[in-house]
Design a binder for this molecule. Structure first.
Ligand code: GLU
Length: 448
């Protein structure tokens, strides 16, 4: 795809000049602009209202120092951020990521994507993302607590239950959310709704931990149904072994599919007859454990110090659930050669643009993260509702709502495919569906 529309081109060129070093952010915007160009072409109101200029400029970026005490009694310093990208659709909402690769560019791309993902849920939440270049790997509970307390001592000034509600992302789970929540409460008094992804005994929502993975498989089910197929007997490659990957794997297995691989940043475990998810669960409980410690007596199961995308595994479905830009062009071609017909993104932007091009040329089913991984933020928004109502739903009720919302996202994609003759280009469809909603809200509100 190219950028032909003069307005789209002008805004993008200006953005590249003013954000030249923010490669991930520019990548996300470029993909998005190329997708929605067809909509911009049909109505000059978008240009008149400067919709694109306003959509690519974050409403606010907060960057702060995070000093904390390590177990040796030394002070370490990291950089913390919150990118409050867009509040047109409601209070800022999006996760916090603790990972050494976190930069302003990464958080801007994530917050930009989050804005459109959140709009697709049809729930009133705007787009944000935050985090730090802090690496939690190998740190003690005490160090994690010190870091989280310091992070929140600063962040608390900029968030609130009707203003900005963070949750987890890579490196931030229930333990971190609990520490962050504790410091928020200490500084602001009793509180309930300011963070989501809390443990259920702190009135987090049931089903939140599983939500992104389960939601991904509910979306997959819809896609398979359109193709007149089901998960029964299908072989599924999964990358990653965190919450998204693990619960997606469990749901695949529950619905009769076969999980043939999982991975971490160093190694991959694979077996075309299926791997043992109980082993993955054991590894997950102790975060110091890695895939290379996966125990098996099964001769067919192999563990290699390689990316899962560099190994030839025959499969029907691939679910990249690790991180951004994990699949390149060559790896995408390998998937096609190995028979994969469905690629659904569980992570945010795991496929490079060249990889997406390969999927499109092969005419397979592809679902972009902003549609297929929206289950996590969906249940986060349901946690906000439950906290406001001062009640807690059952797992069953949350799961039913999640399913309905994932089906709703799928239907919006199908409708955009029909309206714009996109075939099965869900990547473009998701961008168009969410863009039209947000642009319309902006036009309604004037110069907001
Ligand atoms: N980090 C998740 C995402 O990428 C969830 C965000 C949230 O629950 O606020 O959508």
């Amino acid at each position: 795809m190219t950028m032909d529309n003069a307005y789209v081109k002008r805004v993008y060129n200006k953005l590249t000049e003013s954000n030249a070093h923010e490669t991930e952010f520019l990548q996300a915007v470029k993909e998005f602009f190329e997708a929605i160009e067809i909509v911009i072409d049909e109505d000059d109101n978008y240009e008149k209202h400067a919709i694109l200029e306003r959509l690519v400029e974050p409403e606010r970026i907060i960057s702060f120092q995070v000093p904390w005490l390590n177990d040796q009694g030394k002070i370490e310093v990291n950089r913390g951020y919150r990118v409050q990208f867009n509040s047109v659709n409601g209070p800022y909402k999006g996760g916090i990521r603790f990972h050494p690769t976190v930069t302003q560019s990464v958080l801007k791309f994530l917050a930009f994507e989050q804005t459109f993902k959140n709009s697709l849920t049809n729930l009133p939440i705007g787009g944000a993302k935050g985090g730090s270049d802090f690496d939690p790997k190998g740190r003690s509970d005490n160090e994690i607590m010190n870091f989280c307390y310091s992070f929140m001592t600063e962040l608390n000034k900029y968030i609130g239950s009707d203003y900005d509600v963070p949750s987890g992302d890579i490196g931030v789970g229930k333990r971190e959310i609990s520490f962050l929540y504790a410091m928020y409460k200490k500084l602001n008094g009793p509180h309930l709704g300011v963070l989501t992804g809390k443990p259920t005994d702190l009135f987090g929502s049931y089903g939140r931990t599983e939500a992104t993975g389960y939601g991904l498989i509910y979306f997959l089910n819809e896609m398979l149904a359109v193709a007149d197929q089901s998960l029964e007997g299908k072989k599924v490659i999964i990358s990653g072994s965190g919450n998204v990957a693990y619960y997606a794997a469990r749901k695949v297995q529950e619905l009769g599919g076969i999980v043939v691989s999982m991975s971490d940043s160093n190694s991959t475990v694979y077996n075309t007859n299926g791997i043992d998810l109980d082993q993955i669960e054991i590894l997950k409980i102790n975060s110091a454990n890695r895939i290379k410690n996966y125990h098996t007596s099964d001769k067919e199961t192999k563990i290699e110090e390689k990316s899962v995308w560099d190994i030839d595994i025959q499969a029907d479905i691939a679910l990249p659930c690790a991180t951004q830009n994990e699949i390149n062009e060559e790896q995408a071609k390998r998937l096609m050669n190995n028979g994969v017909k469905f690629v659904l993104e569980g992570a945010n932007m795991p496929s490079k643009p060249e990889a997406i091009k390969v999927f499109k040329e092969a005419d397979i089913y592809f679902a972009p993260g902003k549609a297929s991984n929206a289950g996590g933020v969906t249940v986060s928004a349901l946690e906000m509702s439950q906290n406001s109502m001062r009640l807690q739903w059952t797992t069953d009720k949350v799961d039913k709502e999640l399913k309905i919302i994932m089906q709703g996202i799928f239907e919006q994609c199908v409708k955009a495919c029909e309206d714009y003759n996109l075939g099965k280009d869900f990547a473009v469809a998701a961008d168009i569906a969410s863009f039209k909603k947000i642009a319309h809200q902006m036009i309604e509100m004037g110069m907001y």
